[in-house]
Every structure is written in C-alpha cells, then in structure tokens.
Design a binder for this molecule. Structure first.
Ligand code: NAD
Length: 460
C-alpha cells in the first residue's frame, strides 16, 4: 500500500512527486511507495502543528485532552489487526511478537501517559519578603510547543507512541518522522487521530530519510521547539549538532551493547530462557537486548550448549506462520552490516558455537534479509564484535571467575542502557545490580514490564 504524509489532518503527497520504495524484509517484495516529504511539506507540517497549539488543541483542558488520548488507544485496539498486519509487513517480525508487544503497548502508551499527566505533582516554594507578609513561588507546567519526533524501525509503533503519547498528554503538538524502513503504522495512526476527533495539526507525519531529507529538515526547522529521538548514537550526535545553533532541547534514547551476567547459582533453565530472549528476540534488534554474555566458569560449557540449543530451535519464517521463531533483519543494508561482524568474528579467531551465516531459505524467502542466530566464544574483550553494537541475533559468551570480574567486564563499555543478572543469591543480586552502570538492571528477568490488563488484549 502506498503511504502519504499526514499534515494538518490530510493525507498529502509531496509536491515534488518524490517517492521511495517500501520493501518487505521477508521476501523483498514491494509493499508500496512512500511519498518523500521535502522542505515545503516539512514546513507546512510544522506550521500546522504550531497553528493547532494556538488553536483548538491549546484551548481544550486536560480532562478533554486525556479523554481523546484514551479514545486514540481504544481506536488502535479496535483496528488492532490492521496495525498488526502493517507492522509485521514492514518489519517482518513474527506476528506473535507484534501481537503481544508492539501493538498493545503502542496503544497503551496513549492511556498510560494520559494517566501519568493527570498525576504529575506541582511545585511551590515559600518566600520570605521584606514586608514579612511572605509570598509563594510556584512552577506552572505548560506545553513545550511543537515537538519533532524522530523514530526508529525496530519497534515502530511502540517507540514512536512512547514519544507521541507523553508529548500530546502534556498539550504539545508533534511532527513525526518515522523510519524510512517502517512508514506504515505512523501513517495509519493519522487515520485514528481523525477518527476520534483529535484536532487537525496536532499529529503530523512526514516521511523520508535522515541526512538531507525529512529527518534533517525537521530537526533544523526553526519552528520546532524540541526534538525527541530514538536511534543510533551517531545519529543522536548529528541531531544534537543540528539543533545546537538554536539551542533547542533534545531527549535521546540511543544505542546499547548490553551485558548479561549469569552466576553458577542461577535457576539454570530460567537463565537460559531469559538470555535466549535477551539475545534473539526481534532478531536481536532491540536496544535493551544482550550481545555480551558473561557466565560463571563452573556452568560455562553447559550454559553455552543450552543457549546453542535455543538458537538452533528458532525457525526462520514468515510473520504469520505460527512456527516462526525468528524473523529477518530489517533491510539488506542492515543484513550486510550484521554479516560483516559475523565475518570479522571468524577472522579474529572466534569459536563459532552456532550460526555465523545466512540460513537456507526456500523460494521467495531467499530474497529476504535473513541471518542465522549466532553465538561466539573466545574473542578478546577489545574486539569490535564485543565492543560495538551489532543489533543482530548474536552474542559473545565469556567465562568469569569472580563477582568483581563480572562487574568489571559488564562495565567495560561506552554504553549504559541495561543489564540482566541471573542468581539466586539475593544479596549478590542487589550488589551487582547497583554496581553495573546502567539505566536499568533486571534480576532473574529480562525486559520485564508491567502486565497489560485485559482491556489491552486485541479484543479489548
Ligand atoms: P537510526 O539512527 O539510523 O535512525 C533513526 C531515525 O533517525 C530514522 O527515522 C532516521 O531516518 C532518522 N535519522 C537518521 N539520520 C538523521 C539525521 N541526520 N537527522 C534527523 N534524522 C535522522 O536508527 P535505526 O537504525 O532506525 O534504529 C536502530 C538504533 O536505534 C540502534 O542503535 C538502537 O540501539 C537504537 N534504539 C535505541 C532505543 C532506546 O530506547 N535506547 C530503542 C530502540 C532503538
């Protein structure tokens, strides 16, 4: 299906007529053409967002606004299967994954942040004044303005709404630039906004690429008040430079090279299960995923063998096939990048425990962006394979002999997103979780999230 920009409540093609192809990572087939926004579409979108701020969106109160966000969430759920189909077509990920994570959480983001914003406490400060009467200073929370949302492709709806939900809940308006790899669900969301009566111009979508295209045009636009971005660290650096001249605030969620630490006293089966998900889920394309696994020496061989069995049990296939355990990577370009690390690991003398190449796929699937789930051992810690984010279904596993060594290895990285620690020793769990320098430490869990209530099922 062809995808248009969504500006001021209307679906519009770029005046230049420029389009780019959206291809399936599963079999390379053309899914549709996407209209590439140019300078004028980005400008009109930002102006539409500004006009909505000054107009109907700025005029409604918080209760009305949060009701609308609830309606957005409900409408996504009502059209759940359409969102699911669009997301799995763009990404190739197993439908079972998108059904349980991407779409319900994408919807939930509107409800969650509507709830949060109603409960954000205010601040006040008592002042002493010369006349002894005193005074109160207080902080009033007001919308920031027009927010540019630059989103990645790995969990397109979920990560985009994770930004759009809070921005709208706080009374801002947004111009979204979804990833060029996954234009569909952001576009569908435009239909949802119109259907539930979100005023025109509150939510806008411009399609295109990063440098020299809609992404850069948007971040450089003088009418943008703040930029929120999820993606690669070096893209974050480029965006920071782009907004520096106008000193606009940024909010970034960037890359990772996360460590998992498995102690010999862990619940072995749970650790293998959890680490299997941490490494291979979403074909390894998760910022919070694990690419460095440290295992205490007494269980090292047994653990590597069990993780190998997990990897080899993941059947590649089409999203809708219930037997599919792993999807393709997002694109040929990304496949090339991941395979270059697979080659490098071999050249550096890694022991390839499993994988290391492209799986043999039949028929049209042979045109997809597949790679094998891969496990290495035996690489030095200064190998690029161990230091750089690969963003594929792969990990290096290394033994350790002491708690201190495990912490030192885990912390030896420029990144600091997340870790997952497996042990039945409670004191050690707390100690190690505190010492590993990350934003989030999971203990005996990985990517554990609040359970979504029954209302968040597709039928809800
Ligand atoms: P990316 O940085 O290549 O692209 C992300 C978005 O930025 C896309 O929409 C792209 O078109 C746009 N973009 C690229 N260059 C730009 C520029 N100069 N100006 C403006 N926009 C530009 O990232 P990706 O490949 O889509 O996503 C994968 C990366 O995202 C990984 O590094 C991953 O770790 C990271 N990520 C982080 C989190 C997190 O929460 N920390 C979550 C998901 C993904």
């Amino acid at each position: 299906m062809n995808r248009l920009n969504f500006i001021g409540g209307e679906f519009v093609a770029a005046a230049s007529g420029k389009t780019f192809e959206n291809r399936s990572p599963v079999d390379g087939r053309l899914l549709g053409l996407v209209s590439e926004a140019g300078e004028s579409e980005v400008d009109v979108a930002v102006k539409a967002a500004r006009a909505a701020l000054a107009g109907p969106w700025g005029a409604i109160d918080m209760a009305e606004r949060t009701e609308l966000l609830y309606a957005v969430a409900n409408e996504i759920n009502r059209r759940f299967e359409e969102f699911l189909e669009a997301e799995t077509a763009d990404t190739g990920k197993p439908a079972s994954l998108a059904r349980h994570i991407d779409i319900p959480r994408g919807a939930a983001n509107f409800k969650i942040f509507a709830d949060v914003v109603k409960n954000v406490p205010g601040e006040f400060f008592q002042m002493a004044t010369p006349d002894k009467k005193g005074a109160i200073n207080y902080a009033l929370r007001v919308p920031k303005g027009v927010i540019a949302v630059i989103a990645p492709w790995n969990l397109p709806l979920l990560l985009m709404t994770w930004k759009v939900g809070p921005a709208l809940a706080c009374g801002n308006t947004v111009v979204v630039k979804p990833s060029e790899e996954t234009p569909s669900t952001a576009t569908l969301l435009g239909e949802v906004m119109n259907a539930v009566g979100v005023p025109k111009g509150v939510y806008n979508v411009v399609h295109g690429f990063g440098p020299g295209s809609a992404g850069e045009l948007l971040t450089r636009h003088p009418g943008v008040d703040a930029v929120t971005f999820t993606g690669e660290t070096r893209t974050g650096a480029a965006i920071m430079k782009a907004v520096a001249d106008r000193v606009r605030p940024v909010s970034f969620e960037l890359g990772g090279k996360n460590a998992g630490v498995v102690f010999a006293d862990c619940d072995f089966d749970a650790a293998v299960e959890g680490m299997g998900r941490a490494v291979f889920a979403n074909c390894g394309q998760v910022c919070l995923g694990t690419e460095r696994v440290y295992v205490e020496r007494p269980i090292f061989d047994k653990f590597v063998a069990a993780l190998k069995a997990k990897a080899e049990g993941l059947k590649p296939g089409r999203p809708e096939d219930g037997k599919t355990g792993i999807g393709p990577l997002i694109s040929k370009e990304h496949q090339k990048k991941v395979l270059s690390y697979y080659d490098q690991a071999r050249k550096e003398g890694a022991t390839v425990v499993t994988g290391g190449g492209i799986p043999k796929m039949e028929g049209e699937l042979a045109n997809g962006c597949w790679v094998e789930p891969t496990i290495w051992t035996g690489l030095p810690e200064d190998s690029a394979v161990v230091r750089e984010e690969i963003f594929g279904p792969c990990c290096h596993v290394r033994p350790f002999d002491s708690e201190d060594e495990a912490v030192r290895l885990a912390n030896d990285t420029q990144y600091g997103l997340a870790t997952t620690i497996w042990t039945t020793n409670l004191a050690r769990a707390h100690r190690v979780a505190a010492k590993i320098e990350v934003g989030i430490s999971w203990v005996n869990a990985q990517r554990l999230r609040e359970t979504l209530g029954p209302n968040w099922s597709p039928a809800g």
